[in-house]
Design a protein around this ligand. Structure first.
Ligand SMILES: *Cc1c(COP(=O)(O)O)cnc(C)c1O
Length: 385
């Protein structure tokens, strides 16, 4: 039998699920140039507006002159520089933990930590809306996986109490497609009561939530004893690239021994680590970015409520507008594009069937006038719907 790729692609197209890329010709910022023309965008994870910040650009350029471009090897085989090491120390300090370990991407961090900690004898409890990289890490780990209903701590408690052995609860801190925050205090209490470990993927909370942007776990007042495994990324609020896992000395040493996605890959370019150090400094020092973002979120939610738009309940920069069918989400996205606004439709399988949506994302790089322009366009959409 041959691979009938054309038929598979045609079926996907017919279902309104075909994925396409748009080619940008300017850096990550709200006003961008694409093949189709200029667009005001509400779809980046550059929450603090750092991706194109002159201080980061300068740190990257200057460090490239010092360190060159490629790390040239994995961390264990002489690719680990003083730049990486300093970034790890500063990340650990930023999230109030003894140690941190850099990974090349958040996807690899989740796969690495889950496969290093879990085996066939272990059981993992995973929120139904967890990120794909957690799902893939759990599959690779060969652990027993129990998926619990989104944020349903009661149902999770029943599942955990019926289980034995090595157990890990794993959750997004901020859910990437819904924008809501995990019930972290309740999860931490459950973990403490049952002896399970708790892991939080804070890709969307780090930099945005908590004191100095320390994230959703810090915002909930929880520490390393409550949440032994914390993962964060550098490609979202920090505007760079890469990720880290933070925790105890023993956790980090275990990952260095066993996390295959850490061991068998090239270290990130050292100049990028230097740029991330600059981003981390700005993240901690410039709390006005979080204040501005919070004000934009309030402005958007108030305006959307006045228009009667069905926004999901979210206090974070991720503000999804549920369309239902993939066709409807695509039509909304196309109508916004005609107003010069880019908000891509997010469709199954990225989100559950029947919940296709516009994933509207705000950034500290937006201005109030940008939010008002989006609200005007959404108002027109609501009237024509
Ligand atoms: C983006 C994301 C990741 C992956 O991080 P990358 O650095 O982009 O690979 C992991 N988890 C969540 C929740 C994410 O949103």
């Amino acid at each position: 039998m041959s691979f009938d790729l054309d038929a598979g692609l045609a079926a996907r197209r017919a279902a309104g699920l075909y994925r396409q890329r748009q080619v940008a010709h300017s850096p990550q910022m709200p006003a961008r140039r694409f093949d189709e023309g200029g667009r005001l965008t509400f779809c980046s994870n550059d929450y603090l507006g750092l991706a194109n910040h002159p201080a980061l650009v300068e740190a990257l350029a200057e460090s490239a002159r010092r360190w060159g471009v490629g790390a040239g090897a994995s961390h264990l085989l002489a690719g680990h520089t003083a730049a990486h090491h300093a970034l790890e120390d500063e990340l650990a300090a930023a999230v109030g933990r003894p140690r941190a370990l850099l990974f090349s991407t958040g996807y690899m961090a989740n796969v690495g930590v889950l496969t290093a900690l879990l085996d066939r004898q272990a059981t993992a409890f995973s929120d139904a809306l967890n990120h794909a990289s957690i799902i893939d890490g759990l599959r690779q780990s060969r652990a027993q996986v129990r998926v619990y209903g989104h944020a349903e701590v009661g149902a999770l408690a029943a599942q955990i109490e019926a289980s034995a052995g090595k157990r890990l609860i794993v959750t997004d801190g901020v859910f990437s497609m819904d924008g809501d925050i995990a019930p972290l205090p309740a999860l931490a209490r459950l973990a403490a009561r049952t002896g399970a470990w708790l892991m939080v993927d804070d890709a969307h909370g780090f930099g945005v939530l908590g004191p100095e942007g320390a994230g959703s776990v810090a915002q909930a007042g929880l520490g390393v004893d409550d949440v032994p495994v914390l993962m964060g990324t550098l490609g979202k609020a920090l505007g760079c690239f890469g990720a880290f896992v933070a925790g105890s000395e023993a956790l980090i040493e275990t990952l260095i021994q066993h996390a295959r996605s850490y061991i068998y890959t090239t270290a990130m370019p050292p100049a990028l680590a230097e740029a991330a150090r600059e981003a981390l400094r700005l993240m901690r020092a410039e709390s006005w970015r979080r204040d501005k973002l919070a004000a934009l979120i309030r402005r958007f939610r108030a305006g959307a409520a006045a228009l009667g738009l069905p926004l999901l309940e979210s206090t974070t920069p991720i503000q999804p507008l549920i369309a239902g069918s993939a066709a409807r989400a695509l039509a909304w996205s196309a109508q916004l594009e005609r107003c010069g606004i880019l908000v891509p439709a997010v469709r199954p399988p990225t989100v559950p069937d029947g919940t296709a949506r516009l994933r509207i994302v705000l950034s500290a790089a937006h201005e109030a006038a940008d939010v008002d322009r989006l609200l005007d366009a959404l108002g027109a959409l609501a009237q024509s719907a």
